[in-house]
Design a protein around this ligand. Structure first.
Ligand code: SF4
Ligand code: SF4
Length: 109
């Protein structure tokens, strides 16, 4: 899921923090948050990678923490918090839809 963040300063601390959350190491290449350059306009794009068949380390929302680690180190923490929330609302609603898709076939067994 990609967001336009005009206030992002491009420090990429969130990428470092996210990699630490996943692995205990500073390795931005494996982060599930990516800061992408914009061709025009202020700020950057913020891309959250989601779990799929090819990727095990999608954004998990840092559900084990009071504050997501990427948010803790962002100078625009409130905005980043809203993005993480929106992503996880989408993921949970997809999960509910998937459960509903599965239910009829389970009923036929
Ligand atoms: S930590 Fe915040 S300001 Fe820095 S790159 Fe990430 S989103 Fe942008
Ligand atoms: S909320 Fe997502 S992007 Fe942010 S540190 Fe946690 S796993 Fe990484």
């Amino acid at each position: 899921m990609k967001f336009d963040m005009p206030t992002c300063g491009g420090c990429r601390t969130c990428e470092v923090a996210c990699s630490y959350h996943h692995t205990g190491e500073f390795a931005p290449s494996i982060s599930s948050i990516k800061i992408l350059d914009k061709e025009d306009g202020a700020g950057y794009y913020v891309l959250f990678l989601e779990n799929n068949e090819e990727r095990e380390r999608g954004c998990d929302g840092c559900v084990n923490l009071d504050v997501p680690l990427c948010v803790e180190f962002c100078k625009k923490a409130e905005e980043l918090t809203e993005m993480v929330k929106e992503l996880h609302e989408k993921v949970s609603s997809k999960g509910r839809e998937a459960e509903m898709d599965i239910m009829p076939s389970q009923g036929l067994r």
